[in-house]
Ligand binder design. Structure first.
Ligand code: PEP
Ligand code: MN
Length: 639
């Protein structure tokens, strides 16, 4: 049963409730939601729920109707997100695990890890103990295989997953393995489930060859009842009458599981089909059906594989698959999970010194990525926000800034979110929606002062052509009206226009950009402040990986949500902000990518000194809105 505790319950009352339940033979699990707390009480005992309802501190008691309790959505409404080192699986992410069927040698594992990492996988797999159908087939390298897998994973900063085949190996696996895999053939090995569950480590639980979804969830329940919260279900195909594929990959299990359980579900299209050529299409179908990730067999030389060669992808095929997944992810409002960049000695030098040296290189503190070339307004925003001691690093696109932050190449990014004249930078807003592990941690406002720039010795009268970003040109239209002889030439960005003109060394060519750009490229400012409207400001968001934060106390929060399709839905959600006294500073709607005529709403609110108010409001909003997400807290100077 689910025991929802009253908001004001004292620690002592909570403890008394627990003790009462435990004395009646229940196993009790506490689940802390965003604001309220529930106790899950599981056991064989039958008890009149009214006895529990009478306890002080108990708000209400809800029986769980399903045979699986801890795994059920009834107990826990929010998706479970399983964290394994830097990797997160569940809710809005697509995490891809790859590697060979079996660990065969150090070279094979190092090569596999390199390909996996380069293509963007976040975890490495490889069986060290293989449950083969024939006793004469390769059985795996055993403990030596676990060591090789771990070594290869560590070389690239990737956690490792591998299958355990018996209770004798539990301690050994605990030492070497980040995620323990329970294979299809062992899904109902209850002794194994109990022992592995008790390690309280993340587990990948494969669906048995002929297991129903309920039996599969009951196996998850075994793991959870014995101690782990972190179960990742893995659909890998079931046995049917069909013989053209090795198994029948049951993708309909994904939406069914999503409904019944809060646990993440990944798909193994390799064992699901058994045929290399069928792996990528089914992997994409799995992602489209809502899978939280994939486990795909890939071998550096499939023709030489000791196990499952015919279903293993070539590294190039895997890389292509990753690119295809990246392309379809936005349609599903998901983002490919990534791990921080791990600089390693690529090639053959895997000595510990080489690895240690490369660790030093991967220190990212002090680096901030911005979009554009040197001298861009974004670079000024970085300087203004961070001051000396940080280096600004240019990137080719906004998406690259986000990726650099997520992969840990840089600690922060600076991206423009709104211009006071031109409005929201929609591309950046869309990226914020897409990248779930990125948070807004700061804001910097920059006054945009456009300068007319050319080579030393040039004059305004001698200019024939002026380059700038189309918006820069438009914002200086009055200047051009007064100088009809000058041709306006659109360029991809303002500072880039200065770099271009600097190369030409022609006094008849000019550019419009910030004065910083003139300095960077050794050019001269012919005229400053040529914009029509001097009240031209751009706000930049400072972004970081979720766990990073800046020091200033936040006074603003940014949220997104979408609403149900019914009258008053948006009004109802905004009413909640009003009820909690959260002053709204901005509201904007955005079409949801890939879902025509569906909209997300972006809201910025003033953050009261008691931040709990916001959490309570978000909780309330989640009851009527769909997918409410906090994009971040940040500090905004005097407004
Ligand atoms: C495996 O992943 O290597 C494996 C043996 O899978 P399954 O248990 O799904 O057959
Ligand atoms: Mn295999």
């Amino acid at each position: 049963m689910i025991i929802v505790l009253k908001q004001g319950i004292s620690p002592q009352e909570k403890q008394e409730t627990r003790t009462f339940l435990e004395q009646h033979g229940y196993k009790v699990r506490e689940i802390v939601g965003e604001e309220d707390t529930i106790l899950g009480a599981v056991g064989r005992v039958q008890m009149d729920v009214r006895e529990v309802e009478l306890l002080p501190g108990v708000d209400r008691v809800i029986p769980i109707s399903k045979p699986y309790k801890l795994a059920s959505r009834e107990l826990k409404k929010e998706d479970t997100i399983v964290s394994i080192g830097p990797v997160r699986i569940g809710s809005g992410r697509i995490a891809v695990i790859t590697g060979p069927c079996a660990v065969e040698s150090r070279e094979q594992m190092m090569e596999s890890a390199a390909h996996a990492y380069e293509a963007g996988a976040v975890m490495l797999r490889g069986g060290a103990f293989k449950p083969r159908t024939s006793p004469y087939s390769f059985q795996g390298l055993g403990e030596e295989g676990l060591k090789l897998l771990k070594e290869a994973g560590e070389a690239y900063g990737m956690p490792v997953a591998t299958e355990i085949i018996g209770t004798d190996y539990v301690e050994m696996f605990n030492e070497y393995v980040d995620v323990i895999q329970i294979g299809a053939r062992n899904m109902q090995n209850f002794e194994l489930l109990k022992r592995v569950g008790a390690l309280a480590k993340p587990v990948i639980l494969k669906r048995g060859l002929s297991a129903t979804i309920e039996e599969w969830l009951m196996a998850a329940e075994y793991l959870m009842a014995h101690g782990t919260d972190d179960v990742i279900l893995c659909e890998r195909g079931i046995r049917t009458f069909e013989t053209y594929t090795r198994n029948t990959l049951d993708l309909s299990a994904i939406p069914v599981i999503k409904n019944l359980s809060h646990l993440p579900i990944i798909v193994d299209p390799s064992h699901g089909t058994g045929i290399r050529g069928k792996v990528a299409p089914m992997a994409l179908a799995a992602v489209a059906a809502g899978a939280d990730g994939l486990m795909v067999e890939m071998h550096p030389h499939p023709d030489q594989a000791l196990s499952d060669g015919p279903q293993s992808l070539y590294p190039e095929q895997f890389e292509r698959l990753m690119r295809d997944i990246e392309a379809i992810a936005p349609v599903l409002e998901k983002e490919l999970e990534r791990i921080p960049e791990h600089k390693t000695a690529r090639g053959t030098d895997f000595s510990s010194e080489a690895l240690r040296d490369s660790e030093k290189e991967s220190v990212t503190t002090g680096k901030v990525a911005f979009q554009g070339v040197r001298g861009a307004y974004s670079e000024s925003a970085v300087e203004r926000f961070f001051g000396p001691g940080y280096t600004a690093e240019p990137r080719g696109s906004f998406a690259e800034v986000f990726k650099s932050v997520l992969q840990g190449e840089v600690a922060y990014g600076a991206v423009p979110i709104e211009n006071s004249l031109a409005g929201t930078v929609h591309e950046v807003l869309d990226l914020l929606l897409q990248y779930r592990d990125i948070r807004v941690v700061g804001e910097q406002k920059i006054r945009i002062i456009h300068s007319l720039i050319s080579v030393k010795g040039a004059s305004v009268g001698g200019l024939k052509k002026v380059y700038s970003h189309p918006q820069g040109l438009a914002q200086c239209s009055r200047f051009f009206d007064e100088h009809q002889e000058i041709e306006r030439i659109p360029f991809f960005d303002t500072a880039g226009a200065v770099a271009h003109v600097a190369q030409m060394q022609d006094p008849s060519l000019g550019a419009i950009a910030g004065r910083e750009a003139a300095k960077v490229y050794g050019m001269e400012v012919l005229k400053e402040g040529i914009e029509n409207n001097p009240r031209n400001y751009t706000r930049f968001f400072i972004i970081a990986r979720e766990e990073t934060s800046t020091t200033r106390t936040p006074n603003r929060a940014a949220l997104v949500f979408s609403t149900q399709d019914k009258p008053g839905a948006l009004f109802h959600v905004l009413q909640i902000l009003a009820d909690y006294g959260l002053n709204m500073k901005k509201l904007e709607s955005r079409p949801i990518q890939g879902k025509p005529w569906n909209y997300m709403f972006f809201v910025a609110v003033e953050l009261p000194s008691d931040q709990k108010v916001l959490n309570t409001a978000i909780k309330k909003m989640s009851e009527s809105a769909v997918d409410v997400r906090l994009l971040g807290h940040y500090f905004v100077q005097g407004e």
